[in-house]
Design a protein around this ligand. Sequence first.
Ligand code: CP
Ligand code: NVA
Length: 305
Amino acid sequence: MKRDFLHITDFTRDEIDEVLELSARLKKDTREGTSHLLLQGKTLAMIFQKPSARTRVSFETGMYQLGGHALFLSPADIGMGKRETTADIARLFSRYNDIIMARVFDHQHILDLGKYAAIPVINGLTDFNHPCQVMSDIFTVLEHRGHLNDLKVVFVGDGNNVAHSWFKLAQRIPMELIIACPEGFEPDENVVKETQETGLSSVSVSYDSYSAAAGADVIYTDVWASMGQEEEAAERKKIFEPFQVNTELMTAAGDQAYFMHCLPAHRGDEVTDEVIDGSQSIVFDEAENRMHVQKAIMVYLMGAA
Ligand code: CP
Ligand code: NVA
């Protein structure tokens, strides 16, 4: 049976550990200049309905390093659900390619790609979640802390797609997870509820980033207006101002706290230059790790480890 990676919870805890170990091995090989042509002759179709720098470059470069080839398909190439049904797109690429990665607006589109494709499908972000990002994030946390025990993560800002993937991760890896957000911008209540019901992690919503931040291992933030919400940006800026990650908030968190951001960052809005360029920031390790971790995810899904 082919496997997809559409949500963090598509993997068991053991599988997450296996992918993280594989990521470390592939990263080490790449750094040492040792080639690992595990996907030689394979092709990846990359479907983008939204802009991307990191996701495109990390998948395309990663596929090349694995000996395969990646094809970039923009909205002009693929009118998902307009020029053609999502199901037909899935069936079509299953005839040409070996694996699909897609970034779409509507989460149902990624579910449909997974359902109708005969080949593995990877979610490269939807309006609902961003699992590749958070797999890379937890790999980065593991690299820096050396372990994942007694982990406290505070997500400051919008209860958005990246936040949802953190909640899904908390269903597989025990942690204390707090989202500190303005009222009305909480994550999807079903995701919070299902995470609480899983009973593995302590998860909560707070409206005060300063009290939430105390003792955190990770202070995480993201843009206040995601792709597709551009017209709300000015209004959101006023509402989210108290949730800026600045030196005061990092001081409230403590010296042990790492600063993380999926990027791209809106400097001066959700994070100050001082924090993102400061000694506690690991944002570029995080960005680099997208490539190593996504290579591991592709290799794992294709049974090529
Ligand atoms: N973090 C992330 O997914 O970046 P891009 O939108 O540039 O791909
Ligand atoms: N929440 C952001 C993440 C970008 C990587 C967005 O969806 O635009």
